[in-house]
Design a protein around this ligand. Sequence first.
Ligand code: ATP
Ligand code: TZE
Length: 723
Amino acid sequence: MRKEDIDYTLYLVTDSSPAILGDRDLNHVVEEALEAGVGIVQFREKKGDTRELIEKARALHQITKKHNVPLLINDRVDVALAVGCEGIHIGQDDMDLATARRLLGEDAIIGVTVSNVEQAIEACQGGADYLGIGTVYATPTKTNTKDIIGTAGVRNILDHIADAGYTTRSVCIGGINASNVQRVLFQSNGIRKGLDGVAVVSAVVGAANPKAAALHLLSLLKRPPPFSSDLQRKSQALSETEALKPDLLPLIGPVIRAVHETTPLSHNMTNLVVQNFAANVALAIGASPIMSNYGEEAADLSKLGGALVINMGTVNPDGLANYMKALKAYNEAGRPVVFDPVGAGATTIRREAVKTIMAAGYLDVIKGNEGEIKTVFGDNKEQQRGVDSSSTLSASDKASLVRRLAHREKCVVVMTGKTDYVSDGIFTWAIDNGTPRLGEVTGTGCSLGTTISAAIASRQADRVTAVIAAMLHFEIAAELADERPDVSGPGTFIPAFLDELSRIRMDTASGNLSCVCDIQEKFGPAIFEFDKVISTTRKLLLSATHLRIPIFVTTQNRARLGDTVSELQPLLAQAGDLVRADLDKTRFSMWLPAIASHPHFSSSSSGGAGADATTSQPPQSSEVAIVGIESHICVTQTALDLLNAGHSVYVIADGVSSTRKEEVGIALARLRQAGAVVTTSESWLYELMGDAAIPEFKAIVNVVKETAKETGAALQGLLGSKI
Ligand SMILES: Nc1ncnc2c1ncn2[C@@H]1O[C@H](COP(=O)(O)OP(=O)(O)OP(=O)(O)O)[C@@H](O)[C@H]1O
Ligand SMILES: Cc1ncsc1CCO
């Protein structure tokens, strides 16, 4: 067999110790593994006379030859020469590579164990045929912690040998089994160089049915892991196209709406302090919380389409065992996991807990304050005082730290604080929202983890967008709460914060929006039936305020043509933060970049490749009512742009006009043909309500009654021209 044809995918290392082989026959075990598809075998026997070793190796060689698979001998050049097998595997304390090569010749396969970059480069330089990189995890036979390098160590070695220009085949070894093989491979592989396979010992030799065990491992090795498809795809896209940083803002609203519409399960294994608060935050954002710290339950819960939060705020030995069970269950189900390493740098116990959890499974999101993230990265000097947030790093160091950790773990990392940093290892974002008030009450970081879990459960295919959407939802709600006149301290902040979380959700979820186009003072005398446009807009603004429908307002060249008319100003003030934008423009259409990218306007056909390439659900459209002037210019162009962006447009016929009345009818006919709904203010309002049982019905009926006279006049004055 040619060296380049060797299949390293599943590399079997033998072990005849009673603890692993038991009373099974080694030849039989190897035969079964070969039948399953093992592509290379290493005979590794620490004890035994030379003669005995040669006999055993000879017997094995007969079997491997039958399957056209190479047999290597661990450490013993003499045994390999005596048997005439295909090569050897040497460790750092064994015979050196150059001598072994001289003795065995160029055709022999020689592999070398390496556990750091220097050893790896030396082995590649010396002409090793493959590297055995490890130890990945501690095993009963390998407990020398100096050599335990984890997946981060494997990846570091692969990156360095790729940078040095070597393509030497590589497998990793140490504690690899069916429960971790996909994650080990996923997290170990660099962009430039991946592993060719994994070496296993007890996962096959110690299995009750070695053939079934090897078949299972091979099937896991050959398919992508159930998690993290978005990062794999993104890094591929990046290396192929150097894709630019995606514009996330248009994608935020749809995530908030997706949580509202799918009510995802947020399974919290959280600390004793925040159970109730985190559950209320989950409800406020539209998720379905379950606070369950019992690991055995996770297998069932993981199948319900939600996400898991592991928050080690009040960790204890039982808790740790439970987290591991749940982590395994969620990884197997391919559902997301958010890890909140609360107080990670406060005690030795917590530092160890972080290591244990990180070695036990794949974490989609790691979220913590600065001290916690430093500790997760491996800063052993970090001494946190309790669970509180404090900061010593510069902005660029924070950004670099989250990016490096995300890159290393192939996940999304969030560092919270006054400014938050988020990275998927490729791009890094800084978020300046939030309020210091969040630091005055306990558990805000923890309930942010819960919020993230719900978003990521709804948008697993684009985790970083989901995470940022959750953070914006959470932090903007906190800002709005903090600004409320009824909030005077941490006590009043909490209920207001829950209310604002829920309010943002309801506003975003409704999908109904209104646009007030250029109703300015200077147009007054020129516009046909201008007072009717104003009275219908008043009615619309009053109703929008009752129904909590976001409002977008523009003016055309405000400096010259004046502000929105004074009659509407008190209503805009009353609408308060429902007025999501009040912008001046020179462009005729209201579809300005600041409006098009507003979270309320989900991206559709105009939303750019980012939207469709990275979200699993189709983007949602909004239903937008338009009033204002002039019908045939700004109103027409706004409506056409909205339609083009995939939104539904309702042109309120008793609320739009032009200088010449003849223009109006033509404009409306054109918009109708383009797909807009041309309707009246009253019809739109009743369609919005849908049901007289809604709580706002009475208030809207009052508006309709109070404005009945103006509505009549507007219909008569304006609609005569709009057939
Ligand atoms: N000074 C600040 N200004 C604005 N936002 C802040 C400030 N401090 C914290 N936040 C926000 O508060 C939230 C929690 O972050 P923090 O770093 O306080 O978490 P934490 O220490 O893990 O909290 P806890 O342990 O109480 O759960 C984040 O959304 C963060 O952006
Ligand atoms: C105060 C506290 N102690 C352990 S967990 C926790 C909640 C905030 O992290």
